[in-house]
Design a binder for this molecule. Structure first.
Ligand SMILES: [Ca+2]
Ligand SMILES: [Ca+2]
Ligand SMILES: [Ca+2]
Ligand SMILES: [Ca+2]
Length: 273
């Protein structure tokens, strides 16, 4: 019996194991997503043709509308150079966390001198839903519909909120697409890892976030995740549906069978004696 208990305890230890290494470092550096050279991302479309690689199962949308200098239409609105070009979202997960990264031309705080009196429209919060209410992308715009996205990352506080109301982007004519700018009211779900790069790499900035699966209600098994991001002016936006499928880790399976073998060998011994 002692042997049996020992074998079970041993299995439990293997199950608990050591924490898996984080898939991505939350540091504002996009290179761990396989986007190796933002320094060359000066031309329109660079991020559309230089796609992410590695990780477990990266989902992404890219929409690199304009180059570093020229500007032009970027979505519902216009931009000068990359400034208001929302370029790409990348999404991945392991058994514990979802990881996401957003590339845009927007710094977190105004790049303009106060004396220039140039209006700066800041980056928005990151809205997340797991289909708890309904498929957010399938809905027509309706200002009265609450709860279209259940959660949002407050990019200033580095916290996850469950969302009750949100602030819309400033320009009404862009709101059909760029509707969810920032959290209006909600409930603080706790701190998360979040980083916003502070130095432009060829006029691009990177946000990264790491959120426990349990915090947004994802259990083990397949799960859909919807993301939405825009900026205060709503000139450009990114929306996507990602999947947070969670596969059992091969090492866990090997160790599990090892643990069971321990139990069987214990039983055999008892039979013999
Ligand atoms: Ca990183
Ligand atoms: Ca995925
Ligand atoms: Ca661009
Ligand atoms: Ca864009």
């Amino acid at each position: 019996m002692k042997n049996l208990i020992f074998a079970i305890m041993l299995s439990s230890v293997f199950f608990m194991g050591t924490p898996a290494q984080a898939l991505y470092a939350i540091n504002g550096d996009i290179s761990d997503w396989g986007i190796v050279d933002l320094g060359e991302a000066s031309v329109k479309g660079y991020l559309n043709s230089h796609l992410p690689s590695g990780g477990n199962d990266i989902d992404y949308v890219t929409e690199d509308n304009t180059d570093v200098d020229t500007g032009g239409p970027v979505g519902p609105g216009y931009s000068t150079g990359n400034l208001y070009d929302a370029e790409a979202i990348y999404f991945d997960n392991d058994n514990e966390f979802v990881y996401l990264a957003i590339i845009s031309g927007l710094p977190q705080t105004s790049p303009f001198e106060p004396s220039s009196r140039t209006r700066f429209f800041g980056p928005g919060d990151i809205f997340i839903d797991t289909g708890r209410y309904q498929d957010p992308l399938s809905l027509e715009y309706d200002a009265n519909k609450l709860y279209r996205y259940g959660f949002a990352v407050d990019i200033s506080e580095k916290k996850l909120y469950s969302v009750n109301t949100w602030n819309q982007s400033v320009y009404e004519q862009h709101r059909a697409d760029s509707d969810l700018w920032s959290i209006g009211s909600g409930t603080d779900q706790g701190a998360i890892e979040f980083a916003y790069s502070s130095i432009a790499v060829n006029s691009h900035y990177v946000m990264e976030a790491k959120i426990p699966l349990a915090m947004i209600g994802i259990g083990h098994g397949e799960s859909d995740v919807w993301l939405s991001w825009t900026m205060e002016c709503g000139n450009d936006f990114l929306k996507m549906k990602a999947d947070a499928a969670v596969a059992p880790e091969p090492m866990t399976l090997v160790l599990l069978s090892g643990g069971l073998l321990g139990v069987f060998s214990t039983r055999r011994k008892r039979k013999v004696s």
